[in-house]
Design a protein around this ligand. Sequence first.
Ligand code: AMP
Ligand code: ZN
Ligand code: FE
Ligand code: FE
Length: 276
Amino acid sequence: MSEFRADMHCHTTCSDGSFTPEEVVKTARAARLQGLSITDHDTIDAYAEAIPHAHEHGVKLISGVEFSTFHAGSSVHVLAYAFDLENESINALCQSHKESRRKRLLTMGKKLADQGHVLDLDKILLEPGSFGRPHLAQAMVEKGIVSNIKQAFNEYLGDGKSCFVPSNTISTTDTIDIIHKANGFAIIAHPHLIKDQNVLLDILKMDFDGLEAYYARFSARQEEVWVKIGTQRKWIITGGSDFHGAMKPTIPLGSSWVEEDTFNLLHERYQQNSHA
Ligand code: AMP
Ligand code: ZN
Ligand code: FE
Ligand code: FE
């Protein structure tokens, strides 16, 4: 028996990953992962394609999504797991994110057009899933406005640059409430990346069910700090690679994972919710 591994954080072409849902499932199988959750930004569109492939390849799938939230002016990523994919509140939240992302993309497109850079935004807007600045950056590369994505961010789209538009979506506490209404688990994504100590202290007091201690390329020592903080609160400790394919080529799928007990806890809840 090989050691149990399930990667609980990855992205597909339905948000800003470069692998399709089918490719992510096949990559999970090839990496000998027994379990997986796809956590695209603000969308669960990947599951329609992923579910049949997960069945075919014997990879256990748990519903997931990475919500963009705001607290005290800072962006906070919240992972939701184990909700029913048909759940109305979760679907409505994804839909509301899609609408605000659409408006934001159009405003950024208008700013670019004012500088003489006209892009075919419909091509981006008609794709399934959610879109953001990386898609706009990619369109700029394809049009020859910039030579790479980095340059698009450095010169136009990065925070505070001339075509940047901030996204002010829904609060962290409201997002937690919606996840709980769907009987899902609300988990703090990559707490290691939250720079503002006041924001961190605030969110550690919120009604989360867990935190993502095992993440990407953090050292065991850095992860241990978060395991301790989560354990003190009797929270669930999750882990995932935040795989994005070619968008973050140094991080392979399965490079961080959860233990079997944790996976089973989430999987049981997912099955309960899907059959309710
Ligand atoms: P959005 O959700 O539309 O604000 O886009 C955020 C995404 O843009 C992040 O998840 C990154 O993948 C990407 N991103 C942000 N800043 C940069 C940067 N300076 N260079 C390349 N990609 C970036
Ligand atoms: Zn991403
Ligand atoms: Fe994130
Ligand atoms: Fe992520």
